[in-house]
Design a protein around this ligand. Structure first.
Ligand code: DC
Length: 215
């Protein structure tokens, strides 16, 4: 039987990660944060000290980079040239370069292939920006988690993270390659006024309606 993909997209700090993780736990699927793969390459670029606005430097680094995407206890993992960047994935230098690195089609191609490869082994709940539009465009299980810019900025502040989300949103939504948009047919959930449990129950309710989850 073919493995199943549940796609969860949305802007920065919309809460999609926590929702995706909970839905994956509930269903016994693997949770994959595709943003962590873009972040891992951005971290590599920061380590290498390259200029991420210079395409030739980015492509040279890409050619020298090996990604190993796997799974540990139901959660996707990523190694770049054998190294797990760990907490460094959310450091300021990565936050401020990741959207630029994600604009290059060659970078996206490599990472999209790694994302699709998960379905060879397991059912996944994958979250990101282009999961329902590109990575798993064929899946009938698509969600778009949104929240107002004010609520999202507040959430990041409460996490103590310096993240120019307005800037990243602009870059992510206006880039040529796979811009952030709600996929056609995606169930849109505005989480501005909802807590985690309420969003998770909306998602599971829709999956029940679709016959994926039993009553
Ligand atoms: O989900 P996140 O904020 O950790 O993602 C970091 C960046 O990676 C985001 O600003 C854009 C990029 N990204 C992407 O282009 N496509 C994805 N599927 C996931 C993330």
């Amino acid at each position: 039987m073919k493995n199943i993909a549940i796609a969860i997209d949305g802007p920065a700090a919309s809460g999609k990660s926590r929702v995706a993780r909970r839905v994956a736990e509930d269903l016994g699927y693997v949770f994959v944060n595709s943003g962590a793969m873009y972040r891992a390459f951005a971290w590599q670029a920061v380590q290498a000290g390259i200029d991420v606005t210079d395409e030739s430097q980015v492509l040279t680094l890409l050619a020298d980079t090996k990604f190993e995407c796997g799974e540990c206890e139901g959660v996707g993992t990523v190694l770049v040239n054998g190294v797990d960047p760990g907490e460094a994935l959310t450091e300021d230098a990565v936050n401020s370069t990741v959207s630029a690195i994600a604009t290059y089609p060659e970078v996206r191609e490599r990472l999209v292939a790694a994302q699709r490869a998960y379905l060879d082994h397991c059912n996944v709940v994958m979250e990101g920006r282009d999961i329902g539009t590109v990575v798993f465009a064929d899946t009938p299980y698509k969600f778009y988690i949104d929240a107002s810019p004010e609520v999202r900025a507040q959430r990041r502040k409460a996490q103590g993270i310096v993240d120019s989300i307005a800037d990243r949103d602009r870059q992510d939504s206006t880039r040529k390659a796979s811009p952030l948009v709600a996929a056609e047919g995606a169930e849109v959930v505005d989480s501005s006024e909802l807590d985690l449990e309420q969003v998770v129950s909306r998602v599971l309710g829709k999956l029940r309606e679709q016959g994926l989850v039993s009553e």
